[in-house]
Ligand binder design. Structure first.
Ligand SMILES: *Cc1c(COP(=O)(O)O)cnc(C)c1O
Length: 235
């Protein structure tokens, strides 16, 4: 039952933020970030109406994708990508939002099965230039975009950003605004670009005000995660 209640409150927050920004709520997609939650929990979420799920840990995600094959869901990979993960991502996901270097893009393209539609790709941009964070710098973004655009098995859809942690609304807006400017610049060159993936449970309103087209929501939908581990502990 909680997922139904949480979904309705998240939907309200998205609608309010959109209307305040004079935007149509229909232009903002909701990606349910389901890392650490079990396949059964995701099945409940799908029954409540969620259709797109974001996962960070490959092994954990593959188990869930397998368990939920009977449902028509879109799977987004949103975690850091090492080379040894590209094959499974290319085979089992519909989207990957965390591509930040050419080598990974090239492997995903080569490994995408020919009988599947091109893999949808967002480039992760390290929007606050944090040393510890994945993502391409804004100066290298355009070269990477051009290289990805040239790969037949990949469909360049946009960019994804994870800002540095802050409760300061002004800083949230400034970062999201910067991302939106990059997104618009890219969209001018590449007609396939329609996705600006930004906004999580704590900052979705600021992201929507600044032009997000996809919010990635975990805890506001599923509840607080127990300490996330890189081994993919399941709640
Ligand atoms: C975990 C995660 C989210 C969701 O975060 P919440 O604060 O739980 O909404 C969104 N995006 C990425 C890349 C994540 O790893």
């Amino acid at each position: 039952m909680t997922i139904i209640k949480n979904l309705s409150s998240v939907t309200n927050r998205i609608e309010n933020a959109a209307l305040q920004a004079n935007r149509s709520p229909a232009d903002i997609q909701l990606l349910a970030v389901s890392k650490t939650w079990s396949a059964e929990k995701l099945r409940d979420a799908a029954s409540a109406g969620l259709t797109a799920f974001g996962e960070n840990y490959l092994q954990e995600a593959l188990l869930k994708i397998n368990h939920l094959q009977d449902l028509n869901l879109d799977w987004h990979f949103i975690g850091p990508i090492q080379s040894n993960k590209t094959k499974d991502i290319a085979q089992h996901f519909d989207w990957v939002q965390s591509v930040d270097r050419q080598k990974i893009a090239q492997r995903l393209a080569t490994q995408r099965p020919k009988d599947k539609p091109p893999l949808n790709v967002c480039i992760q941009v390290n929007i606050d230039n944090e040393q510890t964070k994945s993502g391409v710098s804004d100066t290298n973004l355009f070269t990477l975009a051009s290289n990805i655009d040239a790969l037949e098995q990949l469909n360049l859809r946009g960019i994804m950003v994870i800002p540095s942690k802050t409760d300061n609304p002004e800083q949230q807006h400034a970062t999201f605004h910067k991302a939106h400017t990059l997104y618009q610049k890219l969209a001018k060159t590449y007609p396939s670009i329609d996705t600006l993936s930004m906004g999580m449970s704590a900052d979705m309103s600021a992201a929507i005000a600044e032009g997000s087209t996809m919010v990635r929501i975990g805890s506001a939908l599923f509840g607080q995660r127990s300490t996330p581990t890189s081994t993919g502990q399941v709640n």
